[in-house]
Design a protein around this ligand. Structure first.
Ligand SMILES: *[C@@H]1O[C@H](CO)[C@@H](O)[C@H](O)[C@H]1NC(C)=O
Ligand SMILES: *[C@@H]1O[C@H](CO)[C@@H](O)[C@H](O)[C@H]1NC(C)=O
Length: 400
């Protein structure tokens, strides 16, 4: 009995030591401190007009690859909503979303951008880039508004950034991945085939869209909040000419800003990572203040545990629309999906959701592993979660 007690105590001490060691490691050895990467202005941005809303040069953060990753490139397009009229675009000018003067001079590289194998097993030693988002139209606009002093140069920022990175070694890449989250996830869909065309046929090129599956859905009042919003973005920023021609030949430009109308024409292998209950879409597209003036959704949209039966039914229908929109896409062998039944928005850029001990899983496989298996053709990944509330591995990240 006594011996057992001693063993138990020893076990406790060992666990404590391990935890203590990790803790000290983090504080003294900076093992858990994320890498900070400097801001670089795009070369010849001014000359090419590759400028933010306020006319300052576009920019990116690049951490060079090493070892087996020295010839591989991961390019991430930053997200951050859109602006759909003069007022909201002018509002962005004195912020990091509209001016490189206001961008952080250094940012932490976490999740899929992390340089640590224990946090990012497949891409940690690649060349990794975050292209800053300061145009407000998912890197797809082209125009200028003189009266408001607004430059809509998203497409030029994308092109000039690619050219700059090509000159820094990306031209000889063996394998590349274009990714992005939210408005950047949409951008990675919009630009996927264009990105593919920058490389020779024998370069491995794939695209990953995280939380980019913005649906042309009916809001809680029966209207089309997001379609109206996108119509403003597309019109004011001159997006139409930069959208895939195969789509605009068939439908209007606003429709071609919705991924569901692009998934069928993208030829490059693509992975869709999304929650079925994307909290941005619930808050900003489905249950907005305008669509819900009496606030019936107020509690539910910020805390899914407070949703009533009808609201859950509405959200399940939204999930069904998402699955319907990806049905044809998922039948294509080269594509991948991870649609989990969580309440979140963006899961590839955070350490806790990308690759940690308790990260979200579908059938016990986490997000980093799923994306890696698909990218490297280790396995087909068509992971679609059962509907809420079956998933117990979610990190429900609902914020206002
Ligand atoms: C940890 O990082 C901080 C800030 O980057 C630095 O000042 C400090 O010297 C580092 N500590 C160790 C032990 O490397
Ligand atoms: C674009 O097409 C959609 C779907 O057919 C339609 O509902 C919408 O009104 C159209 N928008 C414009 C600006 O024509």
């Amino acid at each position: 009995m006594k011996a057992l007690w001693v063993v138990g105590l020893l076990g406790l001490v060992v666990v404590r030591c391990v935890q203590g060691y990790h803790y000290l490691d983090g504080v003294n050895g900076n093992a858990t401190q994320p890498l900070l990467v400097d801001l670089t202005l795009i070369r010849s941005a001014a000359e090419k007009g590759a400028v933010c809303l306020d006319g300052t040069p576009g920019a990116y953060h690049l951490h060079p690859g090493s070892g087996s990753g020295a010839n591989s490139w991961l390019v991430e397009l930053e997200g951050g909503g859109w602006c759909n009229n003069i007022r909201t675009c002018v509002f962005r000018k004195p912020t990091r979303r509209g001016s490189s003067n206001y961008m952080e001079k250094q940012i932490p590289f976490t999740g899929i951008l992390s340089n640590k194998p224990e946090e990012n097993p497949d891409f940690y030693n690649w060349n990794r880039v975050r292209i800053r988002y300061c145009d407000g139209a998912s890197f797809a606009g082209e125009g200028y508004n003189k009266a408001a002093g607004l430059y809509f140069r998203g497409q030029r920022i994308f092109s000039a950034a690619m050219e700059d990175l090509m000159s820094k070694g990306m031209h000889s890449a063996k394998q590349v991945l274009l990714t992005g989250c939210s408005a950047g996830g949409l951008a990675s869909i919009l630009h996927c085939d264009e990105f593919r065309a920058l490389f020779p046929g024998n370069t491995k090129v794939k695209c990953l869209a995280d939380a980019g599956l913005f649906l042309d859905a009916t809001d809680v009042a029966g209207g089309h909040t997001l379609r109206s919003f996108y119509e403003g973005v597309v019109t004011i920023q001159g997006v139409a000419k930069n959208l895939p021609g195969k789509c605009t030949a068939k439908m209007n430009a606003t429709s071609c800003f919705f991924p569901q109308n692009l998934l069928g024409i993208i030829q490059t292998p693509t992975f869709l990572l999304n929650t079925a209950y994307d909290v941005w879409q619930i808050q900003e597209s489905l249950a907005t203040k305008n669509a819900d003036p009496e606030g019936h959704w107020q509690a539910c949209k910020f805390n899914y545990l407070k949703c009533n039966e009808d609201q859950i039914k509405f959200l399940q229908d939204f999930r069904n629309q998402m699955l319907h929109a990806t049905n044809g896409f998922s039948k294509c062998k080269q594509n991948g999906l991870f649609i989990n039944s969580c309440f979140a928005h963006c899961q590839s850029e955070r350490r806790d959701t990308w690759y940690a001990d308790n990260s979200p899983t579908i059938e016990e496989k986490g997000i980093a592993k799923s994306v890696g298996d698909w990218y490297f053709d280790r396995a087909e990944v068509k992971a679609i979660d059962c509907p809420y509330p079956c998933d117990k591995t979610c990190h429900n990240l609902v914020s206002r």
